[in-house]
Structure formats: structure tokens, C-alpha cells
Design a protein around this ligand. Structure first.
Ligand code: EPS
Length: 384
């Protein structure tokens, strides 16, 4: 998957390669994910301007994939207000440059690396607006996974100092109501406390980070591999989550909590019965052992830092005068952890779609399904 586009440019593009022909795409399902990414208590004014949709511009005919790259277009409505400043072509009166890098953003390292004098040349692409294109691509990957019996979902576990009280043993059905919460949290009391926390911190000109969790239900064992570090699924899952703007931490299964437990309480014992085949009674590993899925639910978490665009700016330096100055003040969100969960779903769906394609090949969806069925039959040790 590759994306292109700037936050206030004409729009964003996503291109995904490697999807089989014959997949049915549901326009509403794709645009539902686009809308879910825009929601969440703590969003700023931009989300009132945008009403994101993803339109296929290649690789799809009459709602079915053709086997070539799938291209999706997400228009930036706000471009209408930025046409002079962000026009791809030269304009009569060039806009004023931005010289005030924000601590925590790509701004300073970006202008140094690329030799710019205008911070806008960096911040426009570094912006998390880019995740709209990833969610478009992720929705197509989800369509592929859904055809294979896999569902990818997410929820919020913490915002700032407020932590949700949620069972670890969540079922897929529990996620049906997650988008009813304004912070996409499955604990009603926690949800209310998170909203209040965001409101209080926003009033104090602060932004907030938090933790989201992504789960994938219905996976076969054996995606990824122990044989090389690059093929380990953990490698790719961590990269996918850490590639999301503002993510500073990644956990798989019980993650950091495993470090304080004795070995006897850190692993998932193996059982077998004639009806169920191999099974586990716990899932500390988060569905991955030795770099491969083990057939349990995949559980990964991302830790998001507080957004670095602040309404009460931090200290910085004017890169033109080298004088102390306040960092750039831009319209911003105060908390985007609920949206980051939706982006996490897209990224995990992308990794899993790739892992299924690697393992089962197939130019046509029916070939993938046949290969998957043959594999399931081979590893079915229920009665042996
Ligand atoms: C946006 C994410 C944030 C928003 C952006 C839209 O991006 P950033 O990483 O730059 O803070 O602030 O909206 C704006 C830049 C704006 O004009 O308000 C998103 O997820 O769509």
C-alpha cells in the first residue's frame, strides 16, 4: 500500500497492490470506515469541514476487483480554502512561509533533511490527515479478509489518565456497539470519564494521548513465519502500528505486563480434545507465537502520545531569524485516540491481507478460498 497527498492539498490517493480478482467491494462499508475515522470526542474544526469518502479510480469494475492495483481517491474539501497556499502549480502571489517548528512534530528535522525554508512543505505531508487514505486502503483489505472469515475491530483502553475497565475475554460480538461510545470505549463509565477528561484538558489548552487495541478474529494458525526476522508477523505488526502518526509504543498480547510475571503465568498452555482439536484457555501471547499466528485472536495495542500541535504553544525557535519564538499554532484536535484505533484496524488489516496472500497465493478470490480450505483440512487434527 502506498499513499500520496497533503493535508490541505487537493486530496489523498491510496494504491494497494496484490489483491485477488473477483472480490466484491461494498461502497457503504468502505465509507463507513472513512466516517468512523472522523469521529471521536476531541476532534477539532476540520472534521466539520470534511465528509470523507473513498472513490475507486482504478482496479475495480462494477464493484469487483480486477486483480490489478486498486487506486482510491479521497478529496480534501478544505482545499477550497487553501487553493492559493497549496496549489500544485505556481501561483501569482506565493503565500507567507511558516518558520515556527512545533516540538514533537516532523517540522524541524523535516526542513533540515529536505532543505526547505518553509515548514509547511513538511507538515502538510507529515499530518495525520494522511491516515484517511490508509483507512480507505484498509477497508479494501478488510473486504478481502472478511471473505476469508476474518474480522478486524478496535477499541480504546485509555485516554490520558483514564483507563477503561474491560474484560480481556472479549468476543467479536462485543464490538458491535463500540462506535456508540464517543471515545470508542466498551466501558460505559470509562467512556464518560474519558469525555470529561478531554473536555477539562482541552479547556486547559492541553492535548491528550492514550491506548487503543486492535483485534483480529477468525485467523488461521501459521500466518507469518519463525524462519526469518522479516517474515515474523510481529515484525510487521509492530511496524504497521508504529507507522501511525504520534504512536510511541506497541504491545502484542499481554505485552509489557508479561515482564513482571513468572514464566508459569506468562504462557498459554496447550490442550486437545476430539471436538475442538488443539486449543488454549488463555491468550497471553495475543495470538502470535514464534512469529506466527497460532489460531487465537490477534491482540495488539498502540500507545499514542498527546498531539504536539498545542493551542498554548511550546517554546521553539524561528528558523529564519534563529530567535526564540512560540511554536506554530494551527487548528488541531485535542485527542485522536478513537480515530487512531480505526487507523490501527486499517494497518493490521493490511498486514494480515498480505500474510494471507503470501501463504495462499491466488490471482482470483476463489483460488485463495480453495487453498485456504485445503490448508484448514490439512491442519484439522480434531479426531487424530
Ligand atoms: C486530520 C488530522 C490532523 C488534523 C487535520 C486533519 O492532522 P495533524 O497531524 O496535522 O494535526 O489536525 O486537520 C488539519 C490539519 C486542519 O486543517 O484542521 C485528519 O485526521 O483528517
Amino acid at each position: 500500500m502506498i499513499t500520496a497527498g497533503e493535508s490541505h492539498g487537493p486530496g489523498l490517493t491510496c494504491v494497494i497492490e496484490g489483491l485477488p480478482a473477483g472480490m466484491v467491494l461494498d461502497r457503504e462499508a468502505i465509507n463507513r470506515d472513512m466516517a468512523r475515522r472522523q469521529l471521536g470526542h476531541g476532534r477539532g474544526g476540520r472534521m466539520k469541514i470534511e465528509s470523507d469518502t473513498a472513490e475507486p479510480t482504478g482496479g475495480v469494475r462494477h464493484g469487483r476487483t480486477l486483480g490489478g492495483p486498486v487506486a482510491l481517491w479521497v478529496a480534501n474539501r478544505d482545499y477550497a480554502n487553501w487553493e492559493e497556499r497549496m496549489n500544485p502549480w505556481p501561483v501569482d502571489s506565493p503565500p507567507e512561509e511558516v518558520h515556527l517548528p512545533r516540538p514533537g512534530h516532523a517540522d524541524l528535522a523535516g526542513v533540515q533533511k529536505y532543505g526547505f525554508t518553509d515548514v509547511r512543505n513538511v507538515l502538510e505531508r507529515a499530518s495525520a490527515r494522511e491516515t484517511a487514505a490508509r483507512v480507505a486502503g484498509g477497508a479494501v483489505c478488510k473486504a478481502f479478509l472478511r471473505a476469508l472469515g476474518v474480522e478486524v475491530v478496535s477499541h480504546v483502553l485509555a485516554i490520558g489518565t483514564v483507563t477503561a475497565a474491560v474484560r480481556r475475554s472479549l468476543e467479536l460480538a462485543d464490538f458491535a456497539v463500540v462506535d456508540d461510545s464517543p471515545v470508542r470505549c466498551l466501558d460505559a463509565e470509562g467512556s464518560r470519564a474519558m469525555v470529561a477528561h478531554i473536555d477539562a484538558q482541552r479547556k486547559a489548552n492541553e492535548s491528550l494521548g492514550g491506548i487503543f487495541e486492535v483485534r483480529a478474529y477468525g485467523l488461521v494458525p501459521g500466518l507469518g513465519s519463525h524462519v526469518s526476522f522479516e517474515e515474523r508477523l510481529d515484525t510487521r505488526l509492530a511496524a504497521a502500528i508504529c507507522s501511525i502518526q504520534a504512536i510511541k509504543g506497541f504491545e502484542l498480547g499481554d505485552g509489557f505486563a508479561l515482564t513482571s510475571r513468572p514464566g508459569s503465568q506468562a504462557h498459554d498452555e496447550i490442550f486437545h480434545s476430539a471436538e475442538r482439536g488443539f486449543y488454549r484457555e488463555t491468550n497471553h501471547a495475543g495470538g502470535v507465537e514464534g512469529g506466527m499466528t497460532n489460531g487465537q485472536t490477534l491482540i495488539v495495542r498502540g500507545a499514542m502520545k498527546p498531539l504536539p500541535t498545542l493551542t498554548k504553544p511550546l517554546r521553539s525557535v524561528d528558523i529564519a531569524t534563529l530567535e526564540p519564538a512560540e511554536a506554530l499554532r494551527e487548528r488541531t484536535d485535542s485527542c485522536t485516540v478513537p480515530a487512531a484505533g480505526v487507523v490501527g484496524e486499517a494497518m493490521i488489516a493490511y498486514v494480515l491481507a498480505g500474510a494471507y496472500r503470501e501463504k495462499f497465493g491466488g490471482d482470483q478470490l476463489a483460488d485463495v478460498l480453495a487453498a485456504l480450505a485445503a490448508y484448514r483440512a490439512r491442519i484439522d487434527w480434531r479426531s487424530s
